[in-house]
Ligand binder design. Structure first.
Ligand code: DGL
Length: 265
């Protein structure tokens, strides 16, 4: 048995990084849908269709639980996935709750894709947890593509980030929620643009803990998930393995090349 993790691309690696911290040695199958990335401007139907195919693939690899490590896919497809399959699915939560709770200025920023910001999930979270704060939400147009190409710093990244973050700062935001799993790879640049006094909220550690708890609650035997031999995560991508390998090795430089595989589904 393994934990399945998927994203439109390399972004979900920011969640994978946290999962392997709380569940070291556990077998993981990571799936990057690079050939269909970005998901941000795709229709809900397209994303659900991809999510079904990916889930079938992860099940064929023995997934006992699936982490939808993509805010956009969570917004579009998690309900459909939970209706169709019997295994537990963990989705990304836009972390407006902790940001709203801890904000002193009463203004928070949210940076996410169009799909996420237009989705019910986001609106429900804002209504439920952030109705008494000013929420400045911006679509991070172009950022996913930069991360996919490995460009996570430099002037192009900073200029783009400024155009989204400055309006948040102008309204007094003291917290910025990263509502897309690709954005933690831009953390250093985001911090430079936002300044030291702004708290950047990445939900990935909370999602990893939630994964651990759901595994326990559902009596999924972690011992059965411990990889027997070799490197415990295998990485699949519908695009070329190069980009995925480069980003994954920024997290762990020891991942063997044979653990990256191209697949067409
Ligand atoms: N990592 C995905 C997310 O969290 C990126 C979406 C996209 O491909 O546009 O939303």
């Amino acid at each position: 048995m393994c934990i399945g993790v998927f994203d439109s691309g390399v972004g979900g690696l920011s969640v994978w990084r946290e999962i392997i911290k709380v569940l070291p040695g556990t077998s993981v199958t990571y799936f990057s849908d690079g050939a269909y990335c970005p998901y941000g401007n795709r229709s809900q139907k397209e994303i659900i269709d991809r999510a079904y195919l990916i889930t079938d693939f992860l099940l064929s690899k023995g997934a006992g639980i699936i982490v939808v490590a993509c805010n956009t896919a969570t917004a579009a497809a998690i309900k459909a996935l939970r209706e169709k399959y019997r295994i537990p699915f963990i989705g990304m939560e836009p972390a407006v709750k902790p940001a709203a709770l801890h904000s002193k200025s009463g203004t928070i920023g949210v940076l996410a894709t169009r799909g996420t910001l237009n989705g019910n999930h986001f609106h429900a979270s804002v209504e439920r947890f952030a109705s008494d704060v000013n929420v400045v939400a911006k679509v991070g147009e172009g950022l996913v593509e930069l991360v996919e190409s490995g460009e996570t710093s430099g002037s192009k990244v900073k200029e783009l980030l400024k155009s989204y973050i400055n309006p948040m700062l102008e309204q007094g935001a003291d917290h910025i929620v990263l509502g897309c799993t690709h954005y933690p790879f831009l953390l250093e640049s985001i911090k430079e643009v936002a300044g030291d006094s702004v708290v950047i909220v990445d939900p990935a550690p909370a999602i990893a803990l939630r994964t651990l708890n759901v595994i326990r609650e559902n009596n999924i035997l972690v011992s059965e998930m411990v990889a027997k031999d070799g490197y415990p995560t295998t990485f699949y991508t519908t695009a070329s393995t190069g980009a995925l390998m480069m980003m994954a090795r920024r997290i762990d430089s020891e991942i063997p090349e044979q653990n990256f595989k191209k697949i067409e589904i």
